[in-house]
Design a protein around this ligand. Structure first.
Ligand SMILES: Cc1cc2nc3c(=O)[nH]c(=O)nc-3n(C[C@H](O)[C@H](O)[C@H](O)COP(=O)(O)OP(=O)(O)OC[C@H]3O[C@@H](n4cnc5c(N)ncnc54)[C@H](O)[C@@H]3O)c2cc1C
Length: 286
């Protein structure tokens, strides 16, 4: 199928993008990589009256370090993060690892970091990562700039805290998590995962001071599993602690069953993937 008719506007600055969004109203959509929006338009799942093409807006394609903090511009492509150099990715090695799970090569070559967050698929790797690593999402609109914590940004199935006339400009990660890993299960490589897990550990003196476990694909938004994280706090990073955390994660989630997997299947996958992710995280970045 082809999309329903729409107007096309190319903008060259954030201010212009925000002005167009305000002027054209809720039926207008920003166009970034087009890797989610265009298929949805072709299937007529969405019928925007106008597209505002932001791909030539300058100043949104940076990857910048400020000590431990990392900022990623909204227009940074998945492929850029897949091939991030060692200096930029130091402590954030999870970025290139996670990028390899995002669709196929053509999707990674065009799709953007900010587009993924705005699209907010519950199994989207960047959404999970933002939640796991306490990212702040910078949103700009007619009233100015605000930073939204990832935990507050994802509000429901493909629904975010973004106002209709706002644009995501940047995502900020406050501190590195070298010991982090991603594990997924999808029917074919490149598909959205049936269940995906990101685990990150902060190890101090041979014990786990902090742990983050995020599960994607089991709810309307990516979810943290506090009991599983708590099971690891203060523990030595050993198989028995990982077993306990994985079992807690499987208990804590409230998955939905669908054609791709039943509730029970998703719980079992969660347990297996959390365990694997924790084992892998310990071996990473040590
Ligand atoms: C076959 C296939 C497989 C895929 N597999 C995966 C996968 O495994 N994991 C995964 O994470 N993704 C996957 N994707 C989606 C892909 O990662 C998209 O690139 C991403 O979800 C959206 O980014 P985009 O730049 O293409 O955004 P677009 O498609 O251009 O836009 C998506 C939505 O975000 C809005 N938007 C875009 N940029 C901004 C911004 N800066 N501020 C505010 N709103 C904005 C748009 O208005 C639109 O509503 C897949 C896509 C396809 C077609």
């Amino acid at each position: 199928m082809k999309p329903a008719p729409f107007e096309y506007h190319r903008v060259h600055s954030r201010d212009e993008a925000i002005a167009r969004l305000s002027e054209l109203g809720e039926d207008a959509k920003l166009l970034a990589g087009g890797q989610s929006l265009v298929p949805m338009m072709n299937f007529r799942i969405v019928r925007p009256s106008a597209l505002i093409d932001i791909t030539r807006v300058s100043g949104l394609d940076h990857v910048a370090r400020d000590g431990g903090a990392l900022s990623i511009g909204a227009l940074v492509r998945h492929a850029t993060l897949e091939h991030l150099g060692p200096e930029a990715s130091s402590g954030y090695e999870i970025l290139p690892r996670a990028a390899r799970f995002v669709g196929h090569f053509p999707i990674r070559a065009r799709g953007t970091f900010g587009g993924s967050l705005a699209h907010a698929d519950p199994a989207g790797e960047w959404c999970m990562l933002a939640l796991a690593l306490d990212a702040q999402i910078v949103c700009e609109g007619p009233a100015g700039t605000r930073e939204v914590e990832a935990a507050d940004f994802f509000q429901g199935f493909m629904t975010t805290a973004l106002a209709p006339e706002e644009i995501v400009t940047e995502v900020r990660f406050p501190r590195p998590w070298p010991q982090a890993a991603i594990q997924e299960f999808a029917r074919r490589h490149g598909d959205f995962a049936i269940v995906a897990v990101i685990a990150a550990l902060e190890l101090v003196d041979g014990r786990c001071r902090e742990a983050r476990i995020v599960i994607g694909g089991v709810d309307e938004v990516p979810v943290r599993v506090p009991e599983a994280e708590e099971a690891l706090r203060g523990a030595e990073p050993e198989p028995s602690a990982f077993e306990e955390a994985a079992a807690a994660a499987a208990r804590e989630i409230d998955p939905v069953g669908d054609l791709h997997g039943s509730v029970r299947y998703r719980r079992e996958l969660t347990e297996v993937l959390v365990r694997r992710a924790l084992h892998e995280a310990v071996g990473n970045g040590g």
